[in-house]
Ligand binder design. Sequence first.
Ligand code: AMP
Length: 212
Amino acid sequence: MLGPPGAGKGTQAVRLARIWSIPHISTGAILREAVKAETPLGLEVKAIIESGGLIDDAAITRIVCERLLQPDARAGFLLDGFPRTVAQAESLDRFMQDREPLIIIEIVLSEEEVLHRLAARMICSECGINAQDESEDPRCHDCGGRLVPRADDQEAVVRKRLEVYRKQTEPLVAHYGGRPTFCRVDGAQLVDEVTADIVKAVEAAASGQKGR
Ligand code: AMP
């Protein structure tokens, strides 16, 4: 899944992983978990994440490729937050050689809407998932954990993340844009509408591949 921070990748990924019964692999969640557990990786990446920068391509690619080799990812997987640079996308293309083609979903959202959404975003301090927008409940719907703002959702950090997105991640739209499995959806719609659009687009892309 591609799209700026706050476009709804995480929220949609949780729903889509349930619909298709495939693992949701969020590099941001893996890294935040490592920071929380104070593992060597977590200690190394904490300041980078909190400043809105990107961690090293080689390190994140290794983490993702190891994860993709787990048995639960054999029948498919949903990547959220990876790739984020052209170098990561090229590594992923090499990894996917001789496998089913990637389906790329770009969720489009304006920067103004990103700033507005992230100012209000809360995540669960226990399981890390995004709180549901429509809820006023101070606890996580999934595990009952306390909801907290994300450390990197302060406005100055969000502006840096947007700049990083524009420079490093948006070029992936050109990298993938010519593929028949590239889909684009409008992220400003209601959450259910975005999910429905993605399901429709992905199923069309997947059946187009089968017909080849
Ligand atoms: P996310 O939850 O996807 O917004 O990711 C949160 C932060 O984790 C990012 O701002 C980066 O600092 C780091 N991160 C996540 N995925 C990647 C990646 N593919 N490459 C480099 N850094 C990443």
